[in-house]
Design a protein around this ligand. Structure first.
Ligand SMILES: *Cc1c(COP(=O)(O)O)cnc(C)c1O
Length: 398
């Protein structure tokens, strides 16, 4: 999975291009930088790769999501629908803007259940933020139809799905804005980094300002630039962009290798365990194959299988039900509303009580699901040995 497994001379070369000029800032310094601007270059390459008009790099996926929400005008008291199974960045970004995260069930695609989304809509709902978890698609057709019908903004969190597609079109390019992460564990990495993309010229212009204190970037004197609105410092630095550029060029080959590995393991498990059910992937062609997810029949079986996999030396096994990062069940800080500052009254009044609210449908899915990482650096022999170890482990419980 992680792009860092593919590091070679090309990342070093891109970084050295930047160090030769000494200009780590993406803006200005036109005389000193001698035409080197890895950030612009990566933004352009990302647009080409994804088939989108605009891309704005950010220092993380979290700031990409924050930027998308802010640029779409989401703020105090607005409700944003998000899944129960995602990364904590989803609700962090919503709450940081004074908006209200409305958590909604997932289905067997491990992404937002459209019927549950529709039931959660209120007059305060402003946006729906599906998360393309573990490298594959949320229900885009249904979610786009719901957003059209109710006049809601669709923002895609494609942080785990760079390079994934749905019927040939890149994830992240269906909604009004799409968000990506290039942190150290993602399919391609900038060390830390991210991006927001859009086809909307005005939103792109706003994103360009928002990530740089609201600068309008007109003219060549930063001090003389005007600020049509307030922003943040969500600027990316040139060294990170240099690494990202080299990584982006490898994305296709990374995904091709992962797909081959995933298919091998999946076919072997399916042949051995006819009753094992695999995650429903809406368009398998467009899956970037960062994970192989399957579910057992009960929570107890999934727990036993997780233990057996670990005992058999299988690394990268995630039983998200018992994991603190990705599923509502263990998000105690959200349940306790544990912020360092007082949340706006609208949020305190309007946010459901997640300490008591239950999600039986999500629990039924996540409690039985195991996701296993597909690494990039495994040799064919290692893939074969891993598959054999997985079969040995699963035989003890299934
Ligand atoms: C990684 C991730 C993020 C945040 O990305 P960072 O770059 O780590 O800030 C947001 N959403 C999802 C689904 C992620 O997996």
């Amino acid at each position: 999975m992680p792009g860092y497994e593919a590091f070679d001379q090309s990342e070093k070369k891109e970084v050295m291009d930047v160090m030769e000029t000494g200009i780590l800032m993406r803006y200005g310094f036109e005389n000193q930088r001698g035409g080197v601007n890895k950030t612009l270059e990566m933004e352009k390459a990302l647009c080409e790769k994804l088939g989108t008009r605009h891309a704005q790099l950010t220092p993380s996926g979290t700031t990409a999501v924050s930027t998308a929400l802010a640029v779409c005008g989401i703020g105090a008291g607005d409700e944003v629908i998000m899944p129960t199974f995602t990364f904590v960045a989803s609700f962090e970004s919503i709450l940081a803007l004074g908006a209200i995260p409305i958590l909604v069930d997932i289905d067997d695609t491990l992404t937002l259940d459209p019927a549950a989304v529709e039931r959660a809509i209120t007059p305060r709902t402003k946006a729906v933020m599906p998360v393309h978890m573990c490298g594959a698609q949320a229900h885009l057709d249904e979610l786009m139809a719901i957003c059209r019908k109710h006049n809601l903004i669709l923002i895609e969190d494609a942080c785990q799905a760079t390079g994934a597609t749905y019927h040939g079109k890149a994830l992240g390019t269906f909604g009004r804005m799409g968000c990506f992460s290039f942190d150290f564990a993602k399919v391609i990495t900038m060390g830390e980094g991210g991006a927001v993309v859009t086809d909307d010229d005005l939103l792109a212009k706003k994103a360009d300002g928002y990530v740089d204190h609201g600068h309008d970037h007109v003219g060549s004197d930063r001090g003389a630039e005007s600020h049509p609105f307030m922003g943040m410092n969500y600027r990316v630095n040139e060294l990170a962009s240099a690494i990202g550029l080299a990584q982006l060029r490898k994305l296709d080959s990374i995904v091709a290798r992962q797909k081959q590995t995933k298919k091998y393991i999946k076919d072997a498990l399916a042949a051995e365990f006819p009753r094992l059910s695999f995650r429903r992937v809406l368009d398998p062609e467009g899956d970037i194959a960062t994970f192989l997810s399957f579910s057992l029949e009960t929570l107890e079986q999934a727990e036993a299988a997780t233990r057996a996999l670990v005992e058999n030396g299988v690394g990268g096994v995630f039983h998200y039900y018992n994991n603190n990062w990705h599923y509502i069940r263990r998000w105690n800080h959200l349940k306790e509303r544990a912020t360092l500052y007082r949340l706006p009254q609208e949020v305190l009044d309007g946010m459901p009580d997640y300490a008591t609210k239950t999600f039986p449908q999500s629990d039924a899915i996540i409690s039985r699901n195991i996701s296993t990482a597909i690494n990039l650096s495994w040799s064919d022999d290692q893939v074969k040995a891993r598959t054999e170890a997985m079969i040995r482990a699963l035989r003890t419980v299934f």
